[in-house]
Ligand binder design. Structure first.
Ligand SMILES: [Zn+2]
Length: 165
């Protein structure tokens, strides 16, 4: 019997000077980057949290603690790949993800095809299974004041059997 499950993830990181800006696995030219223990890829973190939530595997902070030096400065694509390993170990396969990333600046739309290709490669699916939407916060709140970037992700995972139950 096939089982399908949904998961939701949310993440936010603040802007700081002298950091690279990584979003959706892509290095984006910008005068500031996002602060964090890893490379602070807010989009990938939201996707990881959605995947872990869908499989009832807690969250990214539980699986990859920011107190662990192994994860300091780590490429979030590695975290995504390891998250997919946990999902597949539990008998699930990736269905699709729908992401909304909220940033006032820089504009991210032109990078979306690159992000889709990158994440599809890491997860091992087609770019059409990765939906990414970029929006602003209409100058309101912390995103609107350009203090940081937020990302939301919804995923669907499925299993072909009920072995994982
Ligand atoms: Zn994060």
């Amino acid at each position: 019997m096939q089982k399908i499950r949904v998961g939701f993830g949310y993440d936010v990181h603040r802007f700081v000077k002298d950091r690279e800006l990584w979003i959706g696995g892509i290095l984006i030219p910008n005068d500031r980057g996002l602060d964090g223990h890893s490379d602070a890829d807010v989009l990938i973190h939201a996707v990881c949290d959605a995947l872990l939530g869908a499989a009832d595997l807690r969250d990214i902070g539980f699986q990859f603690p920011d107190t662990d030096p192994e994860f300091k400065g780590i490429d979030s694509k590695v975290l995504l790949s390891r998250t997919m390993g946990l999902i597949r170990d539990k008998g699930y396969e990736f269905g699709n993800v729908d992401v909304t990333v909220c940033a006032e600046r820089p504009k991210l739309n032109t990078y979306i095809p690159q992000m889709k290709g990158c994440l599809a490669g890491v997860i091992g699916v087609e770019p059409g299974d990765i939906s990414i939407k970029a929006t602003t916060s209409e100058k309101m709140g912390f995103v609107g004041r350009e203090e940081g970037i937020a990302a939301y992700a919804t995923v669907l995972i499925y299993s072909h059997t009920d072995n994982n139950l």
